[in-house]
Design a protein around this ligand. Structure first.
Ligand SMILES: [Cu+2]
Length: 222
């Protein structure tokens, strides 16, 4: 069953990422393996799985993406405290790096500019509205705390092609897929949760999962 869902983008910015060639849809296959944790609390498990990403072609039809990395896979249904670690989105060669940053609500992100030219960092998302103004490599990095769950697109008002996404989550149970679309999430407390997958320009997909220590289970999700 290869049903797909395609989300049309709001064309709010002149942005190469929003060209019709790049509208993506996601079909996800998850294979879950709950295994006992060898350290820390008992009754925890791990999830491994595979995501597959299809792109919508301009004249119709779908094509599997060669590089299926950077899909965010995350578990919802329990909360953990924000890590004290301050994350970073660097401005380098007129790009934000990383392009997608998952983090936990309450966590802070620095935005160092490593270019010799000015960049600006701003968001108009109601989840986190800010404008850090103009600064460059010799200036101190500015920092934002993300407090509300959800996806926050971040832009530079000088370079319209610069975009990054802060994906603000309720716990540390998340992973980014590799090029093959594979991922692994460790240290999950046993229980029933929702597993979600999201990437820009695609509709979020999700499904319930049950984590049982030491008992493998398999789920297919599309
Ligand atoms: Cu810029």
């Amino acid at each position: 069953m290869k049903s797909t869902v395609v989300k049309r983008m709001r064309r709010t910015r002149p942005n190469a990422f929003l060209s019709p060639y790049r509208i993506a849809s996601i079909v996800i296959l998850l294979i879950l393996l709950s295994v006992p944790n060898t350290h820390g609390a008992q009754n925890t498990g791990s999830v491994t799985g595979k995501t597959t990403v299809y792109e919508k072609k301009f004249f119709g039809g779908l094509k599997q993406k060669k590089d299926m990395s950077k899909t965010v896979v995350y578990i919802t249904g329990f909360k953990t405290k924000a890590p004290a670690k301050i994350m970073a989105i660097i401005q380098k060669n007129k790009r934000f790096v990383p392009y997608i940053l998952p983090l936990v609500a309450g966590q802070r992100v620095r935005f160092p500019n490593q270019d010799k030219i000015y960049h600006n960092v701003f968001s108009i998302s109601p989840l986190a509205t800010f404008d850090l103004g103009l600064y460059k490599d010799v200036d101190p990095a500015r920092t934002v705390m993300f407090e509300n769950y959800g996806v926050v697109p971040i832009y530079c008002n000088i370079h319209p092609n610069m975009i990054a996404y802060a994906v603000v989550l309720e716990n540390t149970a998340f992973a980014l897929t590799d090029k093959q679309g594979d991922f692994r999430i460790d240290d999950l407390p046993a229980g029933t949760y929702t597993i979600n997958a999201w990437r820009p320009k695609a509709k979020r997909v999700n499904q319930e999962i049950v984590i049982r220590a030491g008992q493998p289970s398999e789920v297919h999700m599309e």
